[in-house]
Design a protein around this ligand. Structure first.
Ligand code: SAM
Ligand code: SF4
Length: 323
């Protein structure tokens, strides 16, 4: 039984959700995520399997109840099966964010490990556009794998980053997709990260996304979970629903319960924070990690890492953070 005090920050937010970026690399090259010339961490500075699991275990001992594996592309990591099987024994809720390309190779393992919550990123329903946005092929594979997950009744969400002039003409097609399928499609506001050529105009804010959809459909507000980053909506009679993640135009930091652990063993207390605290070096030196983790949580700012112009300040590329 975990008897330790939970990870609470100065604003009373309890942090019990760990997002672990298990790998920096990826088999796609999404323009909004991966810089053209990415800088990779040298192998010796990345966590080994044992180190990664020890760090995750430390967070679990401090009250983490949900662990989401992300990346880069988590399914590209060679030992993802060992990581999943080990975490399945820890009794935490497991989830994954993936681009879907390799999902068919892992569905049986997901089922065995009780990993039922999967977010698949797909920003377009058009094959040519997929290639333009991801700089790789794979559209058919992702569509087929989404169908496989639906057939096996996984709790599936599709994430689409909406960029003006790129895919904002597909909002209603995505909503139409949810007519007969129990799927949640989430539209994500385009966020600025190093090397992704973000500008104010390329981001389509939540209000505009909603208006564009409401022009075609009657929409009703749906139910959001307690620490939800998504505002949900539904079209009456549709089996699925859609949601909007308004990280830029209307932040949801007040209920944030998230901690991020990167593949290099650094901890980030906020997606937008540029301060990273290495846990890997102290782990390798046999230091006690608990005070370092608690201090990092205590330093968390009330919103957006205390940055007012996040587009103008340096942050890592998204591919090395994991969303
Ligand atoms: N490779 C996996 C995938 O694509 O789902 C996991 C890693 S990816 C970095 C995690 C999430 O971040 C994806 O849903 C992706 O669409 C989102 N993302 C990446 N860059 C983004 C950006 N600039 N703005 C908003 N969301 C972004
Ligand atoms: Fe890879 Fe995911 Fe980033 Fe696309 S969004 S480049 S799939 S990590």
């Amino acid at each position: 039984m975990n008897m330790k005090k939970p990870l609470v920050d100065e604003h009373g937010r309890v942090h019990d959700y760990l997002r672990v970026s298990i790998i920096e690399k990826c088999n796609l090259r999404c323009r909004y995520c991966m810089p053209e010339d990415p800088e990779w961490t040298p192998k010796e500075d990345l966590c080994t399997t044992d180190e990664l699991l020890e760090l995750v275990d430390t967070f679990i001992s401090l009250g983490v109840k949900k662990v989401r594996l992300t990346g880069g592309e988590p399914l590209v990591r060679h030992d993802v099966d060992i990581i999943l099987k080990t975490l399945a024994e820890r009794g935490v809720e497991l989830a994954m964010t993936t681009n879907g390309i390799l999902v068919d190779q892992y569905i049986a393992l997901f089922e065995k490990c009780g990993l039922n919550r999967i977010n698949v990123s797909l920003d377009t329903l058009k094959p040519n556009r997929f290639e333009m946005m991801t700089r790789r092929t794979g559209f058919e594979k992702v569509r087929a794998n989404i169908n496989k997950l639906l057939e096996r009744e996984f709790e599936l969400k599709v994430n689409a980053v909406i960029m003006r002039g790129v895919n904002d003409d597909e909002l209603t097609d995505f909503v139409e997709w949810t007519r007969d399928i129990p799927l949640t499609v989430r539209f994500i506001e385009f966020m600025p990260f190093d090397g992704n050529r973000w500008d104010d105009n390329s981001m389509v804010p939540m209000a505009e996304i909603k208006d564009k959809i409401a022009d075609k459909f009657m929409i009703l507000r749906g139910k959001d979970g307690p620490n939800d980053t998504t505002k949900h909506y539904r079209v009456p009679g549709y089996k699925g629903q859609f949601g909007i993640i308004s990280s830029m135009s209307e932040h949801f930091c007040g209920s944030c319960n998230r901690i991020r652990l990167l593949a290099n063993g650094s901890m980030k207390n906020c997606l937008f924070s540029n301060d990273e605290v290495s846990l890997l070096q102290p782990l390798r030196q046999g230091e006690d990690l608990e005070p370092i983790i608690r201090d990092t949580i205590l330093e968390k700012k009330p919103s957006h890492a205390g940055r007012f112009r996040i587009a103008e300040e340096k942050n890592r590329s998204m591919v090395t953070i994991g969303g």
